[in-house]
Structures are given as structure tokens and as C-alpha cells.
Design a protein around this ligand. Sequence first.
Ligand code: ADP
Ligand code: MG
Length: 729
Amino acid sequence: MSNFRFKALEIAQSRQALSVPPPAERVTEYYGSYTFNNEVMRSLLSPEAYLKITQAIDTGGKIDRDIADEVANAMKAWATAKGATHYTHWFQPLTGATAEKHDAFFDVTMDGKAIEKFKGGALVQQEPDASSFPSGGLRNTFEARGYTGWDPSSPAFLMDNGAGGKTLCIPSVFISYTGEALDYKTPLLKALLEMDKAATAVCQYFDRNVTKVTPTLGVEQEYFVVDKALFYARPDLVMAGRSVFGHSPARGQQLEDHYFGTIPPRVNAYMVDFEFEAMKLGMPVRTRHNEVAPGQFEVAPTFEEVNLAIDHNALLMDLMEKVAEKHNFKVLFHEKPFAGINGSGKHNNWSLGTNTGVNLLAPSSKPKESLRFLTFLVNVVKAVHDHADLLRASIASAGNEYRLGANEAPPAIVSVFLGESLTKALEDLETKSEVIVNKGDNVYYKLGINRIPSLLRDNTDRNRTSPFAFTGNKFEFRAVGGGANSASTMTVLNSIVAAQLAAFKQELDARLAAGEKKELAIVEILKEYYKSSKRILFEGNGYSDEWVAEAAKRGLSNIKSTPEALGVYVKPESLELFERVGVMSHAEVESRYEIELEKYIKKVQIESRVVGDLAMNHVVSTALKYLNKLAETAKALVDLGMTAEAEPIKALIQEISSRVITIKKNVEEMTETRKRANAMTDTAEMAKSYATEVKDFFDVIRYEVDKLELIIDDEDWPLVKYRELLFVK
Ligand code: ADP
Ligand code: MG
């Protein structure tokens, strides 16, 4: 029998968990051993070079050539001693994948002698042939030049290539010849600097010792694993990263028995393995558990500075893909690989920490600190309120479109959850306007401010349905897609909050100049902010239909399609904002918009082709064969004079042929629609046509195919079924 599905199943079912021996060393021994970290630098660099580089990391100062040479030398010595043969600038182009181009440390001199070579110049800047990376019109393909530049704030690391030795990877930015950002990191670094500047300035009203504010991020990564053989027996998973067909299994996630359940042995071995590799690379992975859907899991690290957390997440995804191979798994980061069960998100836990060790989003019992906390909290709420659509744009992608607004995921409506006690405190702030000024400088607000902390301590409020939830001492942006690079979202979030804090400072300074008292003025401004942004606050079930209606009444956006969401990037007010905070020029934002639209079009286009191919070449052809069998059986029965007995078979034949006809008709129409879309010259129009016309066919075709899956003989069905894909051993 030629059925690939059964061969794959046989292979998958015979597999056992790999035995992964626990690391011989203690975690403190191997943690970060593959990174050129602070400790290594201190031991290998001269005190002067070490000082310069740590200053550069802390304050973004420049590194001169001499120092770069010294660092390059130390890096080379360290890396080659650990078995590295090559080095690469490692960067995050807008394709979404990480990029690397390995160069050997080895070189030959004019007289043919082999030498090891790695100078400061090569560390600081490289010029990959960049013509195939997306630039959204910033760079013509004939002008292929693009530069990668070393980001000293993220430690260089060693990538183990298995038999091929190791490569020294140098985290880098990627810019065009004319200096525009072509990657995720460049605008992110700018946004983080702005955030530091704006937040530090606001902190100064409360504590003069604060000289630096560091945005922090902890990324919870959800993912699915499927057996490699089964994966390759599903062309849709291979081509599009998601299954375009597949009837729900009799048992899905309704029993909710997978969540936090015992981790299947094969997956556990996989987790132990990639976590060990991640720890060596200095990634603080801490949490592992089963997720809600069968076959779905989560990994979460301890939070870090945002830029580092994002590099680590990108690296972790790469690593997980690599290690999966060894365990005969494929890991899926797609936002919605399987219909009818949960999709995968990448929860972005975000906060702000000061050089004095304070978490600015942690409530405090002291009145002055409480006011500072409220200041940051309310400013974040206002920023999210004023720029909700931009946040929505930052998470828009073809994959996330299937997840947002689906019943088990955050809706496409951006709202903020604060929990009962904080909501109450803010309400008090607005309504009970009585503010008591104490003898000292301490001002506190009679009911609210004093009370917040004690209330919060008891209050373990959680709202898993809110896209942007306050979780005690941080915000958790849950709508980010599992496959996304968090940099997009973090660039937007830090930009809008930085802009908001700067506006707050301006307002406050004006009031202070007019002779108002500081604490009173702050409370007054916060009151106004709260009033004007409270419609974004929502405590109820974000997945309910009532909320969709309520949000519409409140005038909140509910942008469902990706092209429409992306369009927000290029609205005049967005362009103005990015320029004001110095994060992206108009041209850079516009190019990003183009790139994201193109990515969307290509993804939907691929899916559409996969839908068409599978429907015709796998499903319809199988259905026709089965139809033939049925027809023969019916004919045999009639020949035997059993006409009545032939009736149910005839009914089956009728159902199958009618479904086949519907499929064929829709596949043809979809192809025609795609052709019309492809002929469009305006990218935005084309994307819209894919979103609203081409995609409409997917569900119609899927419905018929999934019905056929239930009718056609299991022996003949060519596609691995959900029940076979999802329950990993
Ligand atoms: P959950 O209950 O949502 O799984 P946890 O408390 O375990 O949440 O934390 C989830 C993530 O939030 C972790 O990655 C954690 O490191 C991160 N986190 C905790 N505190 C902060 C903070 N101050 N800033 C950023 N992320 C944080
Ligand atoms: Mg969480």
C-alpha cells in the first residue's frame, strides 16, 4: 500500500524517549559557559578595556578601534580555545528568522601561510551580501550593500554545529548602506534608550538617586511538538507550518487533562536537552509545563533586560528547532497550527527596573513610592489607551490572525486588566478628590494610596482573557504570537510609554512652574489621564461576545485583519510618534509596513496553494477512488437483486460526489481570485484581497474536506489525522 500516512505512523509509534543523561556538572558550572560574558571579559581584558566596554554597555558609549581590537583578540582566544573555528555576525532581519554567515578565523598570508585572524574591524562591522533580505524599498536589489554592526550589550556566544565545530556568534544590528534599519534590533535599541531617558527623568521627581531605568522582559513561549515522521506526512505543516485540514479528534482539549499534566517522556527528554543547551548559552530558562492543548507546551525564562530577552528568545527558538531534530520531533511556533484547540502565544511580561533596584510597577506601602507607582501605572495605561491600534499593529501577522479573536485566545481588541483593588484605587483617585497634605512633604491621598499595597498582597487576581494584564508587579501582553519576534511589540510599547512619560513630564513641569505643589500636581494629572483613558480598562471575560459588543459601545477598535492592523503603522500620527521619539524615520516605518504586508501576502499565498494542492491531489483523488469502490459494491448488490440494501451506499456516493464537486468548484474559484489579487500593483490592495477574498475559501473548502475525512475509509485517508498528530508519547 502506498499510503504514506501508515508508514509515518509506524515509525512514530515505534519511537522511544531518548535517554538524556543529567549534566555532570552543577548548573553554576555550565550556566553561561558558552557566552563571552562579563566574567570572561574581566578575566581576559585589560582593566581599561573592560571599563570602556562595560561603560559602552551601560550608557551606550562609543567603543574605539584600539579597544575593539583588544576585545576581538580576547574573543578569538576564548572562542578558539573552546573549539570555535568560525565567527559570524548574528542578526535578526525582518524575515523573522535569525541570520548568520560564517567566516573562518583562519586566513592565509601572501606567502601561503595559515594564520588565525580576527581584528577589531571584523568584530565591529561586517558587510554581508544583503540583497536577499527584505528592505521594503529602502534598498534596491542592485545596491545590495548592508552592514551588520556589533551590539556589545548582548554577549557573544558559541553555537555548537555538532560535527562541524563551533561558531562564535556576535549579536549585531543590520542597517542599509544609507543607514536605515533593516532589522528588528536597531529600532528596539533606540526605543529602549528613549524609555530609559524618559523614565529616569520622571523618577527624578521621586528619587534623585535614580540615574538609569531598564525595561525588563520575560517571554513565555508556547509551542507544539509533533513527531518528525508525521510532520513530513503532512505537506501543509511542512509548507505552511499549520494544518489546513483535519477534523477535530473525538477527544481534544475538552477534558483539560493535558494542562500542567505529566509531561510525556519523549517531550520531557527533549525539554531537558534543549534547556541544558540554553543554560550553557546563558539563557535563564526556568519553567516548563504542558499547555492547554494536547501536544502543546511552554517554556519560560527568568526576565532580563529587554534587548537580551529578545535575543535569547530568538536564539531559544533556533535552539529548540535544532534539538528537536535529535529527538525526531518538529517544533511548531505557529500561532494556530491546529483548528479547534488552543493556539500558541508568546506572553511578553514587561516592567521597568531602576539602578537603585526598584521595580517601578511594584506597588508599595509608602505614600511617596505609592505615588511613583501610580504615576508609572497610569502613564502606561494612558499610553496603551492612546496607542492601542499601534500595539495591535505590532502583533499583526498571518499566523496571529487565526488566533486573535478565536474563542480561546485574546481578542483583537486591546484592553487593560488591572485587578479589583487597583481599579478601585484609580476610581477613588478620580472621584474622591480629597488630597491631604501632611506636615512634611509627604502627600498622600486619603483613601487610595495608603490602601493599595495591603489590598494587593491578598489579591491574586488573574485574568487569562485579557490581552494586556497587570499581574502584580508587571504587565503581561498576551496577544503576541508564538512565532513572532517580540522586538516589534517591545519597540512599540517602549516607544509609546516613553513618549507618554515625556508628555507627563512636560505637563508637570508646566504646573510646577506655575507654582503648584508637586504631589498635588501629579495627582491632578493622573486623575485627568485616568478619566480620559479608563474606557480601555476591562475586568471581565475578554473572550465573551458581550465584551465585543461592549467594546464597540466604548469606541474601542477591534481590528481583525492583518493588512488593516498594519495600516496603522503608516498613519500620520504613528509616523510622527516614531520620529518624535527618534525610533524610526518615516522611510523606515514605511519600509517595515511594506515588508510586513509582503510577508502576509506570501504566507497566505502559500497556504492557499497548499489548500488547493492537498484538496485536489490528496483529498479529491482519494474520494474518487473510494467512490469507485462504493459504486462497485452498490452495483454488486443491485446485481444480486438487493436494491434496497444498495440505497444507503448510493446515498453515501451522493454525499461524497456533492462534496467533491463543492471542493473542486471552490478550489478553482480560489485560484482565479488569487490570480486577480496577484495582478494588483498596490501592495496594500493585494494584501487586502488576500485577507478578505482569497482566505474566505479556506474555511469553505476545509469544511467539505473535514466531512470527507469522517466518511472515507480510514485505510485510504492520506493525511495524518489530528488524533495521530496531537497525542505525543
Ligand atoms: P505566570 O503566572 O504568568 O506564568 P510568572 O510569575 O511565572 O507568571 O512569570 C512569568 C514571566 O514573567 C517570567 O518569565 C518572569 O521572569 C517574568 N517576570 C517576572 N517579573 C518580571 C519583571 N519585573 N519584569 C519582566 N518580567 C518579569
Ligand atoms: Mg503568563
